[in-house]
Design a protein around this ligand. Structure first.
Ligand SMILES: Cc1cc2nc3c(=O)[nH]c(=O)nc-3n(C[C@H](O)[C@H](O)[C@H](O)COP(=O)(O)O)c2cc1C
Length: 175
């Protein structure tokens, strides 16, 4: 079987070089809205999604993340960063899977509208620090949330030349 959704699932790639120009509002809206349609445990819609386009904030998030990584520019110069937060897992056990599905939906939607994206790690650590907590308050988020993941988002400046084949025993069917 094949169709456009299955094709998009196969063809989405993590993009690690971006054009500096900002994405269009309608593209951003499409990506964010796709995130909101992800399934969530008990339909609780626990995740919080924050898209950041203000250049000084993008640079600050990039620097904070890079400090934890130990290497500069982990967001690869993408003009938009999308952060996903959720309740602390002690409060809501599904917060990490919920937020991860939101991120997955957004990456697929990004590809579907011609954007590039890449999941960028280390948000849990970033938003545990005093600087991270201060930034969350500046973003207007309630206290007590944890960082789950983030996306670099923008127009791709290059595509990965090849894709790893799927491992041979990735799935099995037991009948
Ligand atoms: C949980 C998670 C964390 C990731 N963290 C990073 C990251 O910090 N930086 C990065 O460049 N890619 C990151 N990636 C992207 C993966 O490296 C990428 O998905 C993988 O190599 C497969 O490539 P593809 O997405 O093009 O299929 C992450 C992906 C996931 C799912």
């Amino acid at each position: 079987m094949d169709n456009e959704v299955l094709k998009a699932l196969r063809e989405r790639r993590s993009i690690r070089r971006y054009k500096p120009e900002q994405i269009k509002d309608e593209e951003l809206q499409a990506v964010l809205e796709a995130g909101t349609w992800a399934p969530t445990g008990m339909g609780r819609q626990d995740p919080w999604i924050v898209a950041v386009q203000r250049p000084e904030l993008v640079a600050r998030i990039d620097a904070m993340n890079g400090e934890i990584l130990g290497s500069p520019h982990p967001f690869y110069g993408a003009p938009t960063i999308v952060l996903v937060f959720g309740s602390a897992p002690s409060v809501w056990a599904n917060s990490v899977p919920d937020g991860s599905l939101v991120l997955g939906n957004m990456m697929l939607a990004a590809h579907a509208v011609g954007l590039g994206s890449c999941w960028i790690n280390r948000e849990r650590e970033m938003f545990e620090t005093p600087d991270g907590k201060a930034l969350m308050a500046e973003l207007g988020l309630p206290e007590g949330l944890v960082g789950i993941g983030a996306l670099a988002l923008g127009y791709p400046a290059s595509f990965p030349p090849s894709v790893k084949p799927r491992k041979a025993d990735y799935f099995r069917i037991i009948r």
